[in-house]
Design a protein around this ligand. Structure first.
Ligand code: UD2
Length: 307
């Protein structure tokens, strides 16, 4: 069995690649290294890596023909709400057009795949009051990022239904853990917090800290992705989260306790397009056998140890 992972040198992608190798799959990675790093992949020598942009349509088509993957995990993305507001056209070309082009090529050439998994985001739910978010909760995508993710989900599911392709979508909530790049202002908040605590830098807190998120440790995310692959599920959407809501202020306090460090905080206005509260209902994933193995405290301790 062969798997193609786009964004496979990135934070979540590289953990997935390591898992797939450990499960005995042949793994092919495409990554343009815009946020990823080949060193993130532990089993680099066992993986075929192409340093390329998923927007290179010709290249992607040739790759699919040559490699004939059974499983495709589409993780390549500009993974930031704020970045999509700064650069809507460019983020659209990655977050939607590249995925669409691949689906279209698979359809036209009737490429025999076992599963096409698209990684979407909790951002699709927006700021509607229903909590926790279920996969069939109403959506209200507020930013170019969220709109692209939602519209692409619909393409992925419609292609699945209309052309009988085995497609599935997942909505990541806030994923954290080793390998998350803290270098961009748009990086995940826990990678930035870790960098600030380690290197005694001031942390900029956007808003009043009462915004909530559902943080899930990357190993639980990989558990979820693998369960979805093994279940042979098609035409479904799954939340991938921990199922717990925590305010940013409480997360900072927990991290200070775990590390025994005190964070310097600079206050700044909240970011545009931001979601105020976010927490998932993970019942659908639990039905596949998912159990969260990492509480926030355990995940943060482990992350800090390796940082
Ligand atoms: C996450 C995902 C994003 C999308 C979204 C869905 C990451 C990196 N991004 O965005 O791809 O799926 O969820 O809702 O996981 N913050 C600070 N200071 C900082 C950085 C962040 O206060 O230096 C705040 C930020 O304003 C937000 C919270 O921390 O309220 C989490 O920010 P984030 O960028 O880690 O993730 P989020 O939820 O905006």
């Amino acid at each position: 069995m062969k798997a193609l992972v786009t964004g496979g040198a990135g934070f979540i992608g590289s953990h997935l690649v390591d898992h797939l190798v450990a499960e005995g799959l042949d793994v092919v990675v495409v990554d343009n290294l815009s946020m990823g790093d080949l060193h993130n992949i532990k089993h680099q020598d066992e993986v075929t890596v192409y340093v390329e942009d998923v927007r290179n349509e010709k290249f992607m088509q040739q790759l699919l023909q040559e490699e004939q993957p059974d499983y495709i995990y589409f993780l390549a993305a500009v993974a930031s709400v704020a970045d999509s507001i700064e650069r809507p056209a460019e983020t659209h070309s990655v977050n939607q057009t590249a995925v669409f082009n691949m689906l279209e090529y698979i359809r036209k050439t009737a490429l025999p795949i076992k599963q096409f998994l698209f990684t979407s985001s909790a951002a699709v739910y927006g700021n509607l009051p229903e909590l926790p978010k279920k996969e069939d909760s109403r959506v209200d995508p507020l930013s170019p990022y969220a709109i692209d993710k939602y519209a692409t989900e619909r393409f992925v599911l419609a292609y699945g239904e209309l052309y009988d392709l085995p497609t599935v979508c997942v909505r990541f909530f806030n994923v954290y853990g080793p390998g998350q790049n803290p270098s961009s202002p748009y990086s995940g908040v826990l990678s930035i917090l870790t960098d600030c605590l380690k290197n005694n830098k001031a942390f900029t807190l956007y808003g009043d800290g009462s915004q909530t998120r559902d943080f899930v440790y990357v190993e639980d995310v990989i558990q979820a992705l693998w369960l979805i692959t093994k279940s042979d599920t098609s035409h479904e959407v799954f939340n991938i989260a921990n199922g717990n809501e925590a305010s940013l202020t409480s997360i900072i306090e927990t991290y200070e306790t775990v590390t025994g460090q005190k964070l310097q905080v600079k206050m700044a206005p909240g970011r545009d397009g931001e979601v105020k509260r976010s927490v998932a209902n993970i019942g659908k994933l639990v039905k596949l056998g998912y159990t969260t193995k990492w509480s926030l405290e355990a995940g943060l301790s482990k992350y800090w140890e390796g940082a």
